[in-house]
Design a protein around this ligand. Structure first.
Ligand SMILES: N[C@@H](CCC(=O)N[C@@H](CS)C(=O)NCC(=O)O)C(=O)O
Length: 326
């Protein structure tokens, strides 16, 4: 029993949030590598990431984070690299850079890293009409609402925490600056990002055409179609699939890869939707009810439950007291 408990405790602990774009990368990485782990949901849209206990784990106040064997790994990309280290058996998410496949993965990972999903998300909500062909769906509308709430409330809370926790003053002050910058996204910034993405997706489309052509020339017909760089689902695929999935939830898929604009990317996305690891970890992560409303409600109940119980007990005590006096 004790052994079972201690072996469970030695599993990596993933701090994540269901709706968080970067957490989706980490969850998908764990599923791809088949690494057993524990999870803690940090309800960042309700400000849980700003609480002192979490800021002590990650002074940036961001998810995902992995805690394992007294190590703290911050940043989704570093987490994916760490998974290759602790589970070296099987296919690597990041193949050896000296191989042809590794060099390709490295190149496309960096290309996809250059996509600023935050600008696309917040900007397309603010400027939906100006950029056209965008449907602001529930998820993005709700997300925009929570981000606005989080920014104004978050700054106030952080200023307060920064005064009462001197050890975290530096971290809170730095984070306040990042929130200040997150305000409104200017239209020209959004348009530049859309243009950049069009170029990125042109390259991705061309790569998919090439990898499939190479596959048709060399592989036996029974093998499955390749992913972005090879037969293996690598870190580049984790980056691409989560970006495509998020674009759908923002309503920008129409602009980038639907209706025959980039047919290979569209077909790739359809295959991703069937992949078991993706279905398990990301499929519902961009749904307003499942990924935002339910976690926030659960968190609020968890936070208020102790106060409600205390009020309940006090209420019952008063009631009994008065009943006996009469
Ligand atoms: N570079 C980091 C970015 C992590 C990040 O920005 N996470 C967001 C959620 S998707 C977050 O925790 N934001 C907290 C906040 O806005 O206060 C990574 O790749 O993990």
């Amino acid at each position: 029993m004790l052994e079972e408990f201690s072996s469970k405790m030695s599993l990596p602990l993933l701090y994540h949030a269901e709706s968080s774009f970067y957490s989706q990368r980490a969850r998908l990485g764990f599923a791809e590598k088949g690494v057993k782990h524990r999870r803690y949901h940090v309800t960042h849209k309700a400000g849980e990431n700003l609480l002192p206990w979490f800021m002590r784990i990650n002074p940036k106040g961001e998810v995902p984070v992995v805690e394992h064997d007294k190590r703290i790994i911050i940043d989704s990309e570093a987490i994916l690299d760490y998974l290759d280290q602790i589970a070296p058996e099987g296919a690597r998410l990041t193949p050896d850079m000296s191989s042809k496949e590794g060099a390709k993965v490295h190149r496309f990972k960096n290309l996809l890293k250059s996509v600023n999903i935050g600008i696309l998300m917040l900007g397309s909500k603010h400027h939906a009409q100006e950029i056209g062909a965008v449907k602001v769906n529930d998820f993005n509308a709700w997300l925009g609402h929570f981000v606005k709430l989080k920014l104004s409330k978050g700054i106030r809370i952080m200023k307060w925490y920064s005064r009462i926790y001197p050890d975290l003053k530096f971290a809170y002050d730095a984070k306040i600056l990042t929130y200040d910058k997150k305000g409104g996204i200017q239209l020209d910034v959004l348009l530049a990002e859309i243009k950049h993405c069009q170029e990125v997706f042109d390259e991705i489309e061309a790569q998919l055409v090439q990898v499939i052509q190479e596959f048709n020339e060399s592989a036996p017909s029974s093998e499955e179609l390749p992913w972005l760089c090879s037969q293996t689902f690598t870190i580049a695929d984790i980056f691409l699939s989560t970006i495509l999935h998020r674009l759908v939830s923002i309503g920008l898929d129409e602009k980038f890869f639907r209706r025959g604009t980039r047919p290979h990317i569209e077909a790739y996305y359809q295959r991703v939707l069937q992949r078991p690891s993706f279905r398990k970890t990301c499929l519902y992560s961009n749904r307003a009810l499942w990924a935002l409303a339910i976690p926030i409600l659960k968190y609020k109940i968890k936070r208020t439950a102790p106060y409600v119980s205390i009020i309940g007990v006090l209420g019952a005590a008063f009631f009994m007291y008065y009943k006996h006096r009469r």
